[in-house]
Design a protein around this ligand. Structure first.
Ligand code: ZN
Length: 137
């Protein structure tokens, strides 16, 4: 996977309104360079190779910050497990609960028509669709 340069990562963080730190740049470089679906623990493992001094809590906190600032999308699958998606462009997902595989479906492959009337104190934030699959046979 193509890592992002530290300069590009710093610019991305600044553009999203996130104060730039060395650790955030390291994490952005490792995760935001190409579309990827990772759990926090998978990112912790990746960071252990690339930046061994980085604390697990820093990875978790930074993921939360990236989600809050729209750099990463959170996908909640079975049992409330969270998978982080570095591709924030509109798209949907399929999920295989047996293998745990999460894959992308192009936004135009699925049409959601009609939106329920929401209570007046709520506004629509996003529509997530997860198509659940399993291998044949
Ligand atoms: Zn995705």
């Amino acid at each position: 996977m193509a890592d992002m340069t530290p300069e590009a990562a710093s610019a991305l963080l600044r553009g999203a309104g996130i104060p730039v730190t060395r650790q955030r740049v390291q994490i952005a470089c490792a995760f935001l360079g190409a579309p990827a679906h990772l759990t926090a623990e998978q990112l912790v493992a990746r960071m252990r190779e690339q930046a061994p001094g980085l604390a697990r809590a820093t990875v978790y906190n930074t993921l939360g910050l990236f989600v809050a600032h729209g750099l990463v999308r959170e996908i909640i699958v079975d049992g409330g497990s969270v998978i982080y998606d570095s591709n924030t462009a509109p798209h949907f997902h399929y999920y295989d609960s047996r293998s745990g595989e999460l894959g992308d479906l192009p936004a135009e492959a699925l049409r959601v028509s009609g939106m329920p009337q929401l209570p007046p104190h709520l506004e629509l934030e996003a529509v997530d669709v997860i198509v659940r699959v399993r291998s044949r046979g």
